[in-house]
Write a protein that binds this ligand. Structure first.
Ligand code: NAD
Length: 316
């Protein structure tokens, strides 16, 4: 029987699919330093973002035939090395795009109405304190009619554009690879409308947007730093649900303190899982602990897709 260790868990639907196909699936989480020993009893491992599958681990378990990543980013796996050793590496790139895009808007709606700060300061004692907060949060803005700049126009970037268009926003998009595509919005009653979006330069996106959202893979060098913040419209709101490292965090804090950036929404950080204290306590930053794909719907899609890929691989 083929044995799979789902070390960061797998949705029950995925587990059921695998078991029905005759696989054994164990979902207990083994600590990173004990994985090499534990994996000797398995044919495959699945991970999300927590477990690291590096060269040393791969070398220690030549019995492993497949590494599955439930999600998109594979920066926790030495993919090329694994493949060079004849190990299949699969992921589920499209399953979480909509959930990540919706989290972008959770952060945007939070930032434009100061919810991250209001939630920390409420409840209050007494009328004076209540009225002071009422004043502090009086200058909210609307998203509708504003321009969102999307950096990285792949699956999640496009899903973000779709939600933005549905809210009546304008979209400016930039990608390393320029493209012209149609974003299709479906409405109730079976009606749909397609909006053409042609990518523009990074400069245009940075200077022309009221809000910016990052959707690129991990970068060695930040895409947004002091130089870019200085070129943005004053009071821009920034969301990062991509990967830590794509924003220069100290420069972001400076831009927030100077009022150049009015708020930031961050799901990913340089120092995961222990982000900078200055980030964690900043009144203008809305925070989530890397939960872009953490919805029931995305996890069901991820589990189903991962199980299907594993079954296809071993039954070939
Ligand atoms: P994708 O591959 O479909 O799209 C990424 C796009 O970025 C591509 O079109 C690529 O050409 C472009 N790109 C790469 N480097 C660039 C650069 N320097 N400047 C501009 N464009 C660049 O990937 P995706 O599925 O849209 O995922 C995007 C990111 O979201 C990944 O980093 C992924 O790890 C991250 N992600 C985060 C979560 C979360 O929980 N927060 C969940 C899923 C994915």
């Amino acid at each position: 029987m083929i044995k799979i260790l789902a070390n960061d868990g797998i949705d029950p639907i995925g587990k059921e699919l695998l078991e029905k196909a005759g696989f054994q699936v164990d979902t207990e989480t083994i600590a990173q330093d004990q994985l090499a020993e534990a994996l000797k009893n398995y044919d495959a491992i699945t991970v999300r973002s927590a477990t690291k599958v590096r060269k040393e681990l791969i070398d220690a378990v030549p019995n492993i035939k497949l590494i599955g990543r439930g999600g998109v980013g594979m920066d926790n796996i030495d993919v090329e090395y694994a493949r060079s050793q004849g190990i299949a590496v699969v992921n589920t790139p499209a399953a979480s795009s909509l959930s990540v895009a919706e989290l972008v808007f959770s952060h945007l709606f939070t930032g434009i109405r100061f919810l991250q700060d209001a939630n920390r300061k409420m409840p209050v004692e007494g009328t004076t304190q209540f009225n002071n907060l009422k004043k502090a949060y009086a200058k909210g803005t609307e998203l509708s009619g504003k321009t969102i700049g999307i950096i990285g126009f792949g699956r999640i970037g496009r899903a973000t554009a779709k939600v933005a268009l549905g809210l009546g926003m304008n979209v400016l998009a930039y990608d390393l690879y320029p493209s012209e595509s149609e974003i299709t919005l479906e409405f109730q009653g079976g009606k749909s409308v397609s909006i053409p979006i042609k990518t523009v330069s990074l400069e245009e996106v940075i200077t022309g947007s009221d809000f910016l959202s990052l959707h690129t893979p991990f970068a060695d060098k930040p895409i947004l730093g002091a130089e870019e913040f200085a070129k943005m419209k004053k009071g821009v709101g920034i969301v990062n649900c991509s990967r830590g490292g794509t924003i220069d965090e100290p420069a972001l804090i400076e831009a927030l303190n100077a009022g150049q950036v009015s708020f930031a929404g961050l799901d990913v950080f340089d120092n995961e899982p222990t982000p900078l204290a200055e980030i964690l306590t900043h009144p203008k930053i809305s925070l989530t602990p890397h939960i872009g794909a953490s919805t029931n719907e995305a996890q069901e899609r991820i589990g189903t897709e991962l199980a299907t890929l594993i079954i296809e691989h071993f039954k070939k």
